[in-house]
Structure formats: C-alpha cells, structure tokens
Ligand binder design. Structure first.
Ligand code: ATP
Length: 242
C-alpha cells in the first residue's frame, strides 16, 4: 500500500521552480532516501510534503487523503511529521517541554516523552535545560524526539546528521530499527552516501528540482548515484566526441 503519493508536484520560491513535476510513491514501512546536490530541491520537497511550503501545482495524497492546503499542524495530526533541517526547536522551552508540545498535537501510540528519554539517554540530564543551551547532538535528538512523540505514520528527516560528529550520527540513526518495528515509514534527506546505502530500501536522486534516478538501494551502485547526483551523462559525452 502506498502511504504517500505525489503527482506532478511543482513548488516555487517566487519565480524559481525548486521542485518540477515530481511523481513519487512511498510504501508503508519503507525507508526512502533522497539525495542530490545543494539546491537540488530536496528540502523544498520535504517542506511541501509536511505542509510548511505551499505547492503551486500537483497533489500530495497521504494515506488516501489528498492534502491540498491542509496546514502543517493538521498533517501532524494525521501522522505526517517533519524533522526540519536546522531543527527549529522552541529555544526558550526545555527539552521536556519541546517533547510535550510534539506529543500534544500528535497521536497516541508507542512513542511517549519517557520513551524518548529511554532511547536518547543523552537527554536525561538535560531534561530541564532550555533548547537553546543544548549541544548540536542534543538538539537533534530533541527535534527527532519531538516528531516521534507525535507517533507519525510517516516521518520526514531532513539532513538530521548535518554538523554532528559520526558517533552522534550513529546514535541518531540507531532509531531506524525501532521505526521499522513500529512500521513507521521514513523519508530522509542525507548527504552521506555511505550511510544512505546502508540504511535505505530505496533511493531517489534529485537534480535541479527533478528526479533523475530512482531505484531499490540493492540495485544501485555508488557510481550510478554519483553520476546522477552531478548530472553526468557519460553517453552524451561519448556522443559529443563522435
Ligand atoms: P540543500 O542541500 O542546500 O539544503 P536542497 O536540495 O535541499 O539543498 P532546496 O533548499 O530545496 O535544495 O533549494 C532548492 C532551490 O530553491 C535552490 O535554488 C534554492 O536556492 C532555492 N530556495 C530554497 N529556499 C529558498 C527560499 N526560502 N527563498 C528563495 N529561494 C529558495
């Protein structure tokens, strides 16, 4: 079953078309990775799915419901949560308060505020600290926790490893098996191709707002992804020489 269906999606920043005619299905329980160079449109696509940025054309259907202009907080209520690039925590609320806010607008289920403190035990001693005093890793754990306590059906993780040490990134990604267990669908944007190939079931590569490569991770090679990433077309180059 498709949890998410995107048809002919176009998303603009003013006159700039950042997402151009994207068609995409995401199945229940799948981990889909989106890769692509800076400016390829990955974050814009994630924000449009989450309802933080309005699409100018096309449709997004989540669990059979066409979302249209449904605002982001109502999408959270349906089980669609974004962990945005840059985390965007409430800076003057404590870790616990940030998590409680997430729990309030979401759904009841496996993930609770206490479960988050169990999984991200680095947050326990920071429970009552304001978000703006946290380290990068603590902020990221809180941002992910805030999305998970809403018990999403689908969680969008936008560059959650940005600026974190490899050990902290390992900790962040250590939640993926639990997400699989709870049949939570994951769409993630990640720059580290090695990690993408390790954790994802399927990969799409974006270039200039379009999907230029899509396939099951097991069927794709690193070279294929890198070629798509940089828009290299070896055949076209050969053709130009003849
Ligand atoms: P990155 O990895 O750098 O975040 P990305 O693939 O996520 O890149 P987007 O951030 O979605 O790409 O950007 C897609 C295009 O939209 C780029 O040309 C970018 O300059 C432009 N863009 C993004 N955000 C805005 C904005 N708030 N206002 C104007 N243009 C924007």
């Amino acid at each position: 079953m498709n949890k998410l269906e995107i048809r002919d999606l176009e998303v603009c920043h003013g006159l700039l078309k950042a997402v151009r005619g994207i068609n995409l299905n995401v199945q229940a329980g799948e981990v889909l990775a989106i890769v692509g160079a800076n400016g390829a449109g990955k974050s814009t696509l994630m924000r449009a799915i989450a309802g933080s940025h309005r699409a100018s054309q096309g449709s997004i259907t989540f669990m059979g419901q066409t979302l249209g202009d449904l605002p982001a907080h109502k999408r959270v209520g349906l089980g669609l949560c974004l962990v945005p690039e840059g985390r965007r925590l409430f800076p003057k609320l404590t870790v616990q308060e940030n998590l409680t806010v997430g729990a309030q607008i979401g759904r009841i289920g496996y993930w609770t505020v206490e479960k988050i403190f169990e999984v991200f035990d680095n947050l326990v001693k920071r429970r009552h600290a304001n978000a703006d005093t946290l380290s990068g890793g603590e902020q990221q754990a809180t941002a992910i926790g805030r999305a998970l306590v809403a018990n999403p059906e689908l969680v969008l993780l936008d560059e959650v490893s940005l600026g974190l040490s490899p050990a902290i990134v390992d900790r962040v990604y250590s939640i993926l098996p639990q997400l699989r267990e709870t049949e939570t669908t994951v769409v993630l944007v990640e720059q580290d191709l090695g990690r993408v190939m390790k954790v994802s079931d399927r990969i799409i590569c974006m270039l200039e707002g379009r999907i230029v490569l899509e396939g099951a991770t097991k069927d794709l090679t690193r070279d294929q992804i890198i070629e798509a990433y940089f828009g290299l077309k070896p055949n076209a180059v050969e053709g130009a020489e003849t």
